[in-house]
Write a new protein. Structure first.
Length: 272
């Protein structure tokens, strides 16, 4: 059982498990801290800097990034001081300048007291450089289809050599974790396209469900399912079944192994 530590957040005495971040401890206490790069399925990186807080007590007084700052015994945290709100508004303006029409970003900006940005870039591509897409592809899917290029203002997410990716498997995880919808997945007929505002990242032919005939997932994606879900158990995926047909199990022919179907549903991305 993890050891509990005592700390203070916004003048409130709280307890949190050792190893918990300040952002997690605050969220558990119902205290809102804005963030863009944080996602519960990914390891924190502190990229966007929106979740800054003031800390003191058991550490030297400073501004820290709460998604990577672990709780400590005697730590004192302030999430809404005037200094923090002022700095956070500036950070929010800088981020909003890259995606001034993103509904998700405008909603978050409103909670931070920001209505518009003085730092418009003119790109309006909705990408806020949070890095979620790169991290989920690299750390969770393990295919390294997306990467960072350039530095500073010119930094952006793309594929190797900025051409159709030879590594992408078409899972769509990048689009699922994107906070602003900058990456999109489009299924049209038997083709899946993954794209951003200025670049098509990958194209795939979709395999058809063996029960209803509907195209539903790229072959390379299903092969990953086979590798991660079946082969470790000494099994092999033979039949491709879409999630919709799995939900109607009573219509499936006898002999289909439910364990196999369950893995397909877990990994498959619904059609868009």
């Amino acid at each position: 059982m993890p050891r509990m530590v005592n700390l203070t957040i916004n003048r409130r005495k709280v307890q949190a498990s050792e190893g918990t971040t300040v952002l997690e401890a605050s969220t558990n206490e119902g205290i809102f801290i804005p963030t863009l790069c944080h996602h519960e399925a990914l390891e924190p990186e502190g990229t966007c800097r929106l979740c800054i807080v003031e800390v003191s007590g058991s550490v030297r007084h400073a501004i820290r990034v709460s998604c990577i700052q672990e709780v400590k015994e005697g730590l004192v945290v302030e999430t809404d001081t005037e200094r923090i709100k002022k700095d956070r508004r500036l950070i929010m303006e800088l981020i909003l300048g890259r995606a001034p029409y993103s509904k998700e970003l405008l909603d978050l900006a409103g909670r931070c007291g920001v209505v518009t940005s003085r730092f418009r870039t003119g790109e309006d591509d909705d990408c806020v450089r949070c890095g979620r897409c790169v991290r989920v592809c690299r750390d969770k899917i393990g295919v390294y289809a997306l990467c960072w290029v350039n530095r500073g203002y010119e930094r952006k997410v793309t594929t190797d050599f900025e051409r159709l990716s030879e590594y992408c498997i078409g899972c769509g995880a990048c689009a699922q974790v994107c906070p602003t919808g900058a990456i999109k997945v489009e299924d049209r007929g038997d083709e899946r396209k993954i794209y951003t505002w200025g670049q098509v990242l990958a194209r795939f032919k979709l395999e058809r469900c063996e029960h209803c005939g509907t195209p539903f997932a790229p072959k390379r994606y299903l092969e990953l399912i086979n590798e991660k879900a079946y082969k470790p158990k000494g099994l092999e995926l033979i039949n491709y079944i879409c999630p919709e047909c799995f939900q109607r199990r009573d219509r499936l022919p006898e002999g289909r192994r439910e364990g196999a179907l369950r893995q397909v549903v877990k990994w498959a991305v619904p059609r868009h």
